[in-house]
Design a protein around this ligand. Structure first.
Ligand code: MLT
Length: 352
């Protein structure tokens, strides 16, 4: 933050974002965020409440920028952001690109399948090559859990995780939290019943949401077939300092009863091992979010899905597009939250 700019409690303050917008804050221009200590965004497990609040407050400011006729500010002018995804994506990849461009960064997109990766280049070699080509930040998605941590060890800039294996999807969890806070009366998830329904086992989205929602005091329920909840009972019973406990159940009626938010997860057919997934017709009959099941939740419960959706499998089309759905808001808010994270990491060089 430049000297003399204002700061609101916990957040960057309009003056700071305006300073950023005016180009006086950005990479190479030291600015301080008292609550921020991350060089990378690898997961949310080590985010403090103050850091989560800072991301939320910064995203509010970024959303204001998105409402302007010209949605571009010069904050990251001269910063080079390389986006490389080893796994398919529409929302995450494109919203990171839009976010970086809105902040005036130079964006390089690498399609891993068309790069030297297919000739056997290792992850570390690829990261070193990207660095040698001048990247200041790397946004990456990889099928192997932990890959962004390895990248971060070999890259002198900033790594932002766009999803690694089953492990983490930190920016998704933060945009989910932002969307809930924006749409829930009172603007908080504290004490609200949030149900994550579906293929929890293979979901990096669920794992990161457990951290952000737990730290934020939500009453969290995980629901799905027992085979797709494996290991989560142990986690639920583990006392994580600062995290609220959560409930794990295959009883969909009990889970949905009075829920304030229902987040449906995609059945990740590509990650299934044999025997874990009941026949799809049976899954739909027992666990899909139908209009009838949604009626068990609170009357204005929010319906969420990180996408991509298998409509007719885990969620019915009328529910996905119904009046309670905030799925499109999640996509829009993804841009604001990713702008916030690009902005926040850009100001910290050496502190993790
Ligand atoms: C992810 O990358 O994890 C997605 O956002 C959710 C999904 O693939 O189902």
């Amino acid at each position: 933050m430049t000297a003399g700019t204002e700061r609101t409690a916990g957040g960057p303050g309009a003056a700071e974002v305006e300073a950023a917008a005016a180009g006086t804050v950005g990479p190479g221009t030291p600015h301080e965020h008292e609550a921020w200590r991350h060089r990378h965004v690898l997961d949310v497990d080590d985010f403090s409440i103050a850091e989560i609040e800072l991301v939320m407050a910064t995203a509010v400011e970024m959303k204001e920028i998105l409402s302007r006729p010209i949605k571009k500010v010069p904050t990251l002018r001269g910063t080079s952001v390389t986006i490389i995804f080893w796994e398919a994506s529409t929302r995450t990849r494109v919203s990171f690109e839009v976010a970086a461009k809105n902040l005036s960064a130079d964006v390089v997109n690498i399609a891993a399948q068309a790069s030297s990766v297919v000739k056997g280049e290792s992850l570390v070699d690829t990261i070193r090559t990207i660095e040698a080509l001048g990247a200041d930040m790397i946004v990456m998605r990889h099928g192997t859990s932990g890959a962004p941590y390895l990248a971060a060890e070999h890259f002198s800039g900033h790594v932002l995780n766009g999803g690694d294996g089953w492990h983490a999807h930190p920016t998704q969890a933060l945009l989910d939290l932002y969307t809930m806070r924006e749409r829930l009366p009172g603007g908080t998830v504290a004490g609200r019943k949030v149900v994550i329904l579906g293929d929890v086992l293979h979901s990096r989205v669920a794992r990161s949401n457990i951290w952000t929602l737990g730290k934020s005091g939500a009453e969290l329920w995980l629901c799905g077939p027992a085979t797709l909840l494996r290991g989560f009972e142990r986690w639920a019973g583990t006392a994580i300092p600062g995290n609220a406990p959560f409930t794990v159940t295959s009883d969909v009626e009990r889970a949905l009863d009075g829920a304030d938010v229902v987040m449906v997860l995609r059945i990740q057919k590509e990650r299934q091992e044999s025997g874990l997934l009941p026949p799809l017709r049976e899954y739909t009959a027992r666990f899909a979010l139908t209009r009838e099941r949604l009626a068990l939740a609170s009357p204005d419960a929010l319906v969420m899905h990180p996408g991509p959706m298998n409509e007719g499998l885990e969620i019915m089309p009328d529910v996905a597009t119904g009046t309670q759905s905030v799925i499109s808001d999640q996509v829009t808010n993804g841009v604001a939250v990713r702008m916030a994270l690009l902005f926040l990491v850009s100001g910290v060089r050496d502190v993790e």
